[in-house]
Design a protein around this ligand. Structure first.
Ligand code: ADP
Ligand code: MG
Length: 340
């Protein structure tokens, strides 16, 4: 009824530096739904980093502590579909009423509302009603509010009322614990060096990390082969090949600085010298193009600039590469150097 998955619990959501803020905020919200300043709580981050899991965990924990509360988990996509159906069937008001009497509303992947002004409008009214009545709203998104596009300003400003907490890629230790926990729950034994091999090579996505272990186990049981490092190697290679490697922002800064024969610290400096400004703008442009990092996060990593500066840099590079031949050559050369 609440659409919650009990396997997506806090207990199974392993803590690490990459998720500590979001996880703790989630726990705080679960202890006092509607009673903290984290309302809404917005959890954002890239694909497969645990947004859906954490959103469920909050709901599951609330149901545990407050069985009388109505908790509803729904994806923004399904919410949109329901809304469209209600309009067709002429019961838009019933739809709104249904959502206004919920105690804890969890909407997953709100970036899906981009450009859908009707659904945004109805969600705005539901949100205001819930918020005014001290009800808890939990949202997830693949981007921070500052980076969301085609979402109405009044809704974005509501998203920023509470806390936006980012889920980042887990570090090596956390990846190992996630794998060990999963194997333990599935009752599978595996040697540490194999687990560590997988954790070392699959870095950016927990879903893939788990996927690699699952196919490792499957391969070994189908083919009655022992799980060895060389089998792990085979499987990891397939996973890494299938997912386009993401270059890091550090790497981009290094390549751009080398190209212009300057140090990374010069590229990041506050100077307004034209060729340095251009190098910095190019680094920002490629960071936007080749990584999933938010504008805000790119800015903070490239000389502590804000998201507006990064956005401006991306536009400037776009403009210059269509009007300035020399500049276009920079972009082409750097693209070649950066493509793996
Ligand atoms: P997202 O919604 O961000 O795309 P999911 O919540 O679907 O990601 O997570 C993908 C998979 O990774 C799920 O199986 C989830 O249980 C697992 N996962 C993600 N983060 C963690 C974590 N910190 N501890 C344990 N499992 C995790
Ligand atoms: Mg998800």
């Amino acid at each position: 009824e609440s659409q919650l998955n009990p396997n997506y619990s806090f207990e199974n959501f392993l803590e690490g530096d990459s998720n500590r803020l979001a996880r703790n905020a989630g726990l705080a919200v679960a202890n006092k739904p509607g009673g903290t300043s984290f309302n809404p709580l917005l959890i954002f981050g890239g694909v497969g980093l645990g947004k859906t899991h954490l959103a469920h965990a909050i709901g599951v924990d609330i149901k545990d502590k407050y069985p009388e509360k109505t908790v509803l988990y729904i994806s923004a996509e399904k919410f949109t579909q329901q809304y469209i159906d209600s309009v067709k069937k002429n019961n838009r008001n019933d739809f709104i009423h249904f959502y206004q009497i919920i105690d804890v509303l969890i909407i997953d992947d709100v970036q899906f509302l981009s450009g859908k002004s009707g659904t945004q409008d109805v969600f705005f009214h539901i949100f205001n009603h819930l918020h005014q009545n001290g009800k808890q709203v939990i949202l997830t998104s693949d981007k921070a509010p500052v980076d969301m596009q085609d979402i109405e300003q009044r809704l974005l400003s509501r998203f920023k009322w509470g806390l936006s907490a980012e889920l980042q890629s887990p570090d090596f230790e956390t990846r190992v614990s996630i794998l060990k926990n999963k194997l333990y729950r599935d009752g599978v034994e595996m040697e540490d060096d194999i687990i560590e091999y997988v954790a070392k090579h699959i870095k950016t996505n927990v879903r893939e990390l788990e996927g690699a272990i699952i196919s490792l186990i499957a391969q070994s049981s189908f083919n009655k082969k022992e799980i060895t490092i060389s089998l792990a190697k085979e499987i990891v290679e397939k996973f890494v090949k299938n997912t386009k490697r993401e270059v890091s922002i550090d790497y981009i800064q290094k390549v751009v600085s080398d190209y212009f024969q300057m140090d990374v610290s010069t590229l990041q400096s506050k100077t307004r010298k034209r060729h340095i400004v251009q190098a910095r703008q190019l680094a920002m442009f490629f960071a936007k193009k080749y990584t999933k990092a938010s504008l805000a996060s790119i800015g903070s990593q490239i000389g502590k600039r804000d998201h507006a500066t990064v956005l401006h840099a991306c536009k400037t590079v776009d403009n210059l590469s269509s009007t300035d031949k020399q500049f276009r050559k920079y972009v082409e050369d750097l693209s070649k150097k950066l493509s793996l």
